[in-house]
Design a protein around this ligand. Structure first.
Ligand SMILES: [Zn+2]
Ligand SMILES: [Zn+2]
Length: 400
């Protein structure tokens, strides 16, 4: 029993990782030029089980290339992750110039390209991209055509991924898709241009669907931006989606503001619905009218408490707007606004024995009654009663 701790100590020692050793390689794994040439700075990796050594220039170039093509960094030799990339990686130190080795990278990449065609292995795609791009970086111009081809293949790969998992909003794939298209086109592949419109549409759709299924308005402006680019590139169908985005933005705001009694967000929701209406979205018109009605109701109930005609009149505009856009309920409220204004005027007329106020009251009651059709009997009789009251007061004031 007493030797148990010793045994575990021994086995622990056996499991300890090897301490990184000094330079063990002869040549840089990337450019194959000697690591012992004092002209070039070298760098060791820390995360590899045994440290790997590179020319600083080559390792930094690799990092730039890897980050561009995979969004990750790993050792060129043992594939161990080298941690998160810094925001910017500058190339530094002297470049070991030797085109023969760029040729070697090109050949490696070409073999990987061919192997990828038959196996479709994701790792192969990345390694091929990295090798071909390194070859181009080391001035092997022949590699550029094949690199552009592989970049387009990668773009198609990510496009499929983004479109198949649209709701998940795979930002890494979106980022890589965009990079691959730009780069392929920069490297002279004309086909990359034709994929651009479809790609913009699919990216926009992913932002849109994500926003919709998560009730998250944040990504909608991004979605709109991409749909607009798709439309510019000839994707006519994107227009309708811009409208759908606006509709969704308005709906998300409404859902979040259900219980609140201020008009600030409702006003913003109506601007989205209004935009959506420009793209012919029928549902937006309905919601626009309904929201305007609610804005009117909030303004009206606030104003009624103040008994001030100035504030009451401000509720009229949203009610009229709602009515113009097909909301029938709004008529009743337009009636109520005029009645409320009329009542205030009538009271003033009575208090101050001033027939001019009564005149104004009568005008308001008349406007109120005009809003109704014959079916609204209760409201009509309310309007008529008030009119009679005002006329009676008018007779009293003018006869005295
Ligand atoms: Zn090197
Ligand atoms: Zn390594």
């Amino acid at each position: 029993m007493s030797c148990a701790p010793l045994t575990s100590m021994q086995s622990l020692a056996a499991e300890l990782p090897e301490v990184p050793k000094e330079v063990v390689q002869e040549n840089c794994p990337i450019c194959l030029v000697s690591l012992h040439d004092k002209k070039y700075q070298t760098k060791n990796t820390y995360n590899c089980k045994k440290a790997h050594t590179f020319h600083s220039y080559c390792l930094n170039t690799l990092r730039l290339v890897q980050y561009k093509y995979t969004g990750n960094l790993s050792c060129y030799v043992c594939k161990v992750s080298l941690g998160k990339p810094k925001a910017t990686i500058e190339k530094c130190s002297a470049m070991p110039v030797d085109n023969i080795n760029a040729q070697d990278l090109y050949q490696k990449g070409t073999a990987q390209f061919q192997e990828y065609q038959s196996t479709q292995k994701f790792e192969l795609m990345n390694e091929c991209l990295i090798n071909l791009s390194l070859a181009v970086d080391f001035d092997c111009e022949e590699a550029m055509g094949l690199l552009a081809k592989m970049e387009l293949i990668a773009a198609q790969f990510y496009l499929k991924k983004v479109s198949e998992h649209a709701k998940e909003l795979d930002l890494t794939s979106i980022h890589l898709l965009e990079k691959m298209l730009v780069s392929s086109s920069e490297h002279g592949n004309k086909k990359a241009e034709t994929l651009k419109a479809e790609s913009e549409f699919i990216i926009g759709n992913s932002y849109f669907l994500y926003s919709k299924s998560n009730a998250d308005r944040y990504w909608i402006s991004n979605a709109i931006e991409h749909f607009k680019k798709a439309r510019e590139l000839g994707y006519a169908n994107a227009s309708r989606f811009i409208g759908e985005c606006e509709l969704e933005a308005g709906k998300i705001i409404l859902a979040g503001e259900k219980d609140r009694k201020d008009t600030f967000w409702l006003d913003i929701a109506t601007t989205h619905f209004k935009e959506a209406m420009k793209y012919g979205i029928e549902e937006a018109k309905l919601l626009f009218a309904e929201t305007e009605l609610n804005i009117g109701k909030i303004k009206f109930s606030e104003a009624e408490m103040k008994s001030d005609t100035f504030w009451i009149k401000r509720a009229l505009e949203p009610f009229e707007c709602a009515h113009k856009n097909g909301n029938e309920e709004a008529k009743e409220f337009i009636f109520k606004v005029h009645i409320a204004i009329g009542k205030i005027h009538l009271k003033k007329g009575a208090d101050e024995s001033d027939s001019e106020w009564v005149e104004l009251a009568l005008e308001s009651f008349e406007k109120a009654i005009q809003e109704l059709d014959e079916n609204a009997e209760t409201l009509l009789s309310e309007g008529k009663l008030l009119t009679e009251e005002a006329e009676k007061l008018m007779r009293q004031l003018t006869s005295s």
